[in-house]
Design a protein around this ligand. Sequence first.
Ligand SMILES: *[C@@H]1O[C@H](CO)[C@@H](O)[C@H](O)[C@H]1NC(C)=O
Ligand SMILES: *[C@@H]1O[C@H](CO)[C@@H](O)[C@H](O)[C@H]1NC(C)=O
Ligand SMILES: *[C@@H]1O[C@H](CO)[C@@H](O)[C@H](O)[C@H]1NC(C)=O
Ligand SMILES: *[C@@H]1O[C@H](CO)[C@@H](O)[C@H](O)[C@H]1NC(C)=O
Ligand SMILES: *[C@@H]1O[C@H](CO)[C@@H](O)[C@H](O)[C@H]1NC(C)=O
Length: 356
Amino acid sequence: MAVVWRRVFTVLGLVGLCFFGIPIKVDKNPEIQKEELFKEFLQRFNKSYCINNKTEYAKHYNNFKESLKVIDELNQGRSTNHSALYGITRYSDLSKEEFLHLYLQPRLHDHLHLKKQKQIHNSQKYYFGLSKRALVDDLPMHVDWREKNVITEVRNQKTCGACWAFSTAATVEAMYAIRTGILHKFSIQELIDCAENGNSGCEGGDTCSLLEWLVDKKINIVLDNEYPLVWRTQTCKLKGSEHVIKIASNFSCEYLVGSEDEILKLLAHHGPVAVAVNALNWQNYLGGVIQFHCDGGPEHINHAVQIVGYNRSAPVPHYIVRNSWGAEFGHNGYLYIAIGSNLCGVATEVSTLDVL
Ligand SMILES: *[C@@H]1O[C@H](CO)[C@@H](O)[C@H](O)[C@H]1NC(C)=O
Ligand SMILES: *[C@@H]1O[C@H](CO)[C@@H](O)[C@H](O)[C@H]1NC(C)=O
Ligand SMILES: *[C@@H]1O[C@H](CO)[C@@H](O)[C@H](O)[C@H]1NC(C)=O
Ligand SMILES: *[C@@H]1O[C@H](CO)[C@@H](O)[C@H](O)[C@H]1NC(C)=O
Ligand SMILES: *[C@@H]1O[C@H](CO)[C@@H](O)[C@H](O)[C@H]1NC(C)=O
């Protein structure tokens, strides 16, 4: 096991992700090594809970050791240097259950808007008279909306479980910028506080029911600085303002499992999309393309993110996915997910929108 960690840290060093220089001494006993890693971890992430509390220390140290085991297992599947690499992150001292409850939505699958309709929304709807090959051949090899200056900076949702609002707001901002050429931050807090239709602020919600509510109620979305983020659910303060936008009624929410070419087409010809995902194994994600260990079944969906592009010329063709866990996560806040097999459930619920 020690050998595998050494490999992980070696790779880390090589790709420049390792800014904490842990000297791995192979002559040490594994328990001491683990404890040293844990102490480095506590320092690096300013975890203060352990200073005076032995119970807390023991609990988190055990979780941390469990994470080391999981990291080892996840890294077993790496086939190339481009494959996802897992290692120690700021979340590595949490148990899977704690991570799920603090950063994800354990019961999101119950609320998935499309779950009931997914038999209807089937792949036949697309590819009408178009072979898969022809469709893909017509698309650019590479799309990245970040290059067009229509993507705002990566946000950090902290422990507010409003991924559904973060991913939707990011898409609103992008579509507004594509339409007007102006990049504005819109209020996520307004969505957190006010969205009805089954949504419950930092306790959870769903992108599609949010869009439905925005359109049905003709909601004005205000700028971020007029209704700033506080990371908790407050009383709704809907207000008019000079700079407001509305969502066009023709938004879409599609089940595109088996039709990921359609996602590529949306990304190439329309703009970024918001998607529901399973992010459980992102707890220890450092970078690279996720190709394995990310179950896409609807029962595993627990998070929502935005896809801002794709790269089909890469050795492992992948989506470029923007998360809402700050710029520290993955590649400056982004991660890569392989195209084509509903990895992490990316095709389960895909939302597009236009702004008025
Ligand atoms: C840890 O705390 C120090 C001093 O308070 C601060 O400079 C540093 O940015 C913090 N690091 C993290 C990862 O929060
Ligand atoms: C230490 O942490 C445990 C578990 O979170 C808590 O119940 C206990 O009150 C803490 N003890 C002190 C001295 O803070
Ligand atoms: C991975 O990267 C390392 C260091 O850059 C290189 O030595 C090795 O050959 C690469 N392996 C593959 C499979 O590309
Ligand atoms: C949706 O409606 C808006 C406003 O009428 C329009 O600009 C846009 O092109 C439409 N989008 C699609 C995908 O049809
Ligand atoms: C696509 O990925 C490949 C391999 O990672 C990389 O070399 C290339 O620069 C990427 N394309 C673009 C346009 O970023």
